[in-house]
Design a protein around this ligand. Sequence first.
Ligand code: AHR
Length: 668
Amino acid sequence: MQIDRVLKLILVTVVMATVTVSLGAVPRITVEVEDDPAVDISPLMWGLFIEDINFAGDGGLYPEKVKNRSFEFERPMMGWQILRKDGAKGDVLLYRYDKQPRNPNYAQFRVKETGGGFGLNNEGFRGMGIRKGAGFDFTIQARKVEGSISALRVEIINSEGKVIGKGKVSGFEAGKWKTYETELTATETAAKATMNLWVEGTGKLDFDMVSLFPHDTYKDRENGLRPDLVKMMEDMKPGFLRFPGGCIVEGFDLSQRYQWKNTIGPLDERVVTINRWNFEFQHKPAPDYYQSYGLGYYEYFQLAEDLNAEPMPILNIGMACQFNTGELVPVDELGPYIQDALDLIEFANGPADSEWGSVRAEMGHPEPFNMKMLGAGNEQWGPQYIERYKPFVDSIKAHYPDIQIVAATGSDATIFPNGEEEIDYLWKQWMKLDPEIVDEHFYRTPDFYLENVDWYDDYDRSGPKLFVGEYGAQSVGVASPDNENTWRTALYEAAFLIGFERNADLVRLSSYAPLFGHLDAWQWKPDLIYFNNLDVFGSANYYVHKMFSTNPGTHMLTATVDDKPKTSDGIEGLHASAQLDKDAGEVIIKVANATKKAQKTSVNLSGAGEVGGEAKVIILKSGSLKDFNTIDNQKKIYPEEFTASVTGPDFEYEFAPLSFTIIRVPVE
Ligand code: AHR
């Protein structure tokens, strides 16, 4: 550590007498350091919620380059374009194949004259992100019908039309569907490439499941995920992974709800479904947004395991999205929904020779995933929710008493039809029905977060534990396209999250939402992480969340600012929490300074034994509350780290204006 750096940041040790005499006027942060604090911080405190919104799944985490690979979109040729060059004559016809009801459509080349070239182009997901040197598997299911079609030439082309990768599949056989494959290597980088398929010969050829899949996947998994995006998740060290939604669990109507059984098994047996974010927002229609379920339940469980995060699937409970149709399944017809939940538990946890455990084993994971939590609905409310919740949960508990139930409180009161009344109603129910965890969501103004840092201080401790499953400060309005991840949103969230930590006995899990936004294809802003076809970067909110999740501590300590017990009473916008990290032997102090001035403070680790050594300091700050990270300036708001010597339990620290700071002090 450089001495001038230390001096600049005024992290100096002082003797107590000096504090009393010379620091009387500055705010005093007191941390009650106990040897054996009563409240542990949940290891699941900081997690991730992933939903296929903003092209987070198809076109994002799921790196398939071909859009509409099996012609199952409502417009079956969406994403595809016929190519006819210099006198080529032919067509592409669509068929429904009744023997394969889960994926019925396929296409047929009918070529009369190849001329200068007959074929098809696929546009990818807002183009295809291709890196020089990257390898791809091209696969296609085909069967020869008649004539002399001998081969298909595959080309990756950049936006200038230059071929930057090529391959060929040939030897098509008549009669039986077979998979043909070849490998391609890209010779150049392109952010918006597309793919051409050129037919060699004339005649008829049926084809389906056209795929261009990168070799480079996270942990080299087959049908794996985009590594740079998963790395951003991994870096946060998430305690849990909530999936797959969100509103997509509920569906606009029940026909569009998320059905986990449609998302597992061989890829060509997964049932492509319209994504409910396809048409939700007038400001961002995405008619080409479907779910191929290449990223399905098995992949979500695998991802959770790879991230060392507890899986938390959310299931539909016989209710479509109440912001849309609100369709209900009659209570006496809930049987299939309940059975889906029981089967899911067996799929995740059952032995490899059980009915559903064997499906998991066949997919490559004989060991159970050891799922412990299950969400009963997403943003549900009203008596209609409770009527369905009861039989659903009773049945789960009768078969699997150890599964912890995550119950909902709907959405936040500001967008509820009946405001707070709905939430009050549900809380009364939860106090009686006693689910293990209750999930609250907050999509509010930035000021709400700052003004409500004490939100959980007075919650009834005799009820269920809290999960803040979706939160995100909306700079302009809920899901407004003009929202940005400004420093105001991130800093005020930091203050709110400090409130979670100060109530760590009650708040046991939390996650921001939405997680990902494709820069060319988002529907909802703000998001935690942004990406395009080649690149990814974190918002300021990402770094705030990551600072919390990578510095969680093991036990809660009491921290006060000038002896005030509640953070909301903090001095001029200083909000503080503290934790003990028993494993590291450190006290962690987190402070959000929401004011525009530097705040000199005296810090007292009251009751600490030996204090001393190199303290680690991490600071996130920006000069203006309007600043935000962009693809061209990805680290405008980015944590700085350094170390500083601390030689006793009292020291002075100046918190930078508009900053969020973590100090990790070694203690005995
Ligand atoms: O995060 C976006 C959406 O917001 C989620 O799908 C839903 O649960 C909430 O309304």
